[in-house]
Design a protein around this ligand. Structure first.
Ligand code: M7G
Length: 291
């Protein structure tokens, strides 16, 4: 039985972490077998294929209001998979803090802050937090979803659908993950990585054209700072997905700009101050506050 099937009947609700009425994504915290568990429910978009029969899939109407030529109500639909479900089990305090609705602020990381606050924080993160990355890199998870895998330990990377991708082209969301483990984040990048980054970008362009028929001009490739996972990866989204999660300034750095900066100044990311948005429940929020 799958993880999800196992967990659902045992889930004991504790509290709502967040309920975004605009994106229609809810995160719930609960307990399963005495351990924390996060469930997320997201209303899906209608698949093109079911649109012609949508009117025939209405089962029950409630809250009906009618006025002249206008009417509206709430409907229960039959035979449509209308919710995307995700499970994190067992969930750590870091997961709970990540998905809980909270105030966010903009902080400025100087190179010195990086050395004295951020780097010690990164080093304190247990290796197992990126186990999901290693499972992908060594072929023990999501194997049937891999779009591209160059196994070279220095220059290689994997491209696959991001956990956030709902499968439609307008909301394309892939992720490219490096095989090498020594690039922690944007801060680690130097002029020596330019050819690696250019090759990765080129491969993304080719695969997006081949698999989903999107041109380079229809793609937004970016790197998060601060990322949640300090193992180098690049986010690949459709430009059309203008409100993709994490696409905002204060978080997303365009790959093109990153490459350009490194070509101009090979040590750009070791010298620059980087502003970043962080939630008040994140460890770095507290670490910066006292420094
Ligand atoms: P990030 O910038 O480190 O963190 O990106 P973010 O989650 O704050 O954006 C990590 C990316 O990896 C995100 O886009 C996640 O949705 C994605 N991701 C995380 N996990 C645990 C998985 C996973 O297990 N599989 C896949 N395919 N993607 C994941």
């Amino acid at each position: 039985m799958s993880l999800i099937n196992n967990i659902l009947p045992k889930f004991q609700f504790i509290r709502v972490l967040s309920n975004d009425t605009r994106t229609k994504i809810v995160y719930l915290l609960g307990e399963v077998d005495g351990q924390d568990c996060i469930l997320s429910f997201e209303k899906t978009q209608y698949e093109d294929a079911i649109l012609p029969t949508l009117a025939n899939s209405v089962d029950t109407l409630t809250n009906v209001v009618e006025n002249n030529i206008y009417a509206w109500c709430t409907a229960m639909m039959s035979s449509t998979a209308d919710t995307r479900l995700k499970v994190i089990f067992p969930a750590t305090d870091v997961h709970i803090a990540k998905y809980e609705a909270q105030k966010r602020i903009m902080l400025l990381e100087t190179p010195q802050h990086y050395q004295t606050i951020t780097l010690p924080y990164i080093k304190s993160i247990p290796q197992k937090r990126v186990q999901w990355v290693y499972n992908i890199l060594n072929g023990t998870a999501e194997t049937d979803r891999i779009i591209y895998h160059d196994h070279d330990p220095e220059t290689g990377f994997v491209i696959l659908p991001d956990m956030k991708w709902d499968g439609s082209i307008e909301t394309l969301y892939w992720v490219a993950i490096s095989m090498r483990t020594d690039i922690l984040s944007l801060r680690s990048l130097t002029g020596d990585h330019v050819s690696f980054l250019k090759n990765l970008r080129q491969r993304c362009y080719e695969l997006a054209k081949e698999k989903v028929n999107l041109l380079p001009s229809e793609l937004r490739l970016f790197i998060h700072y601060q990322p949640s996972y300090y193992h180098f990866h690049v986010h690949i989204t459709a430009v059309a997905f203008s409100d993709a999660p994490g696409v905002v300034s204060g978080q997303a750095h365009l790959l093109d700009t990153v490459i350009n900066n490194l070509e101009l100044y090979p040590d750009y990311y070791q010298r620059v101050d980087i502003p970043f948005v962080i939630g008040e429940r994140h460890t770095l929020y507290t670490d910066y506050k006292w420094n």
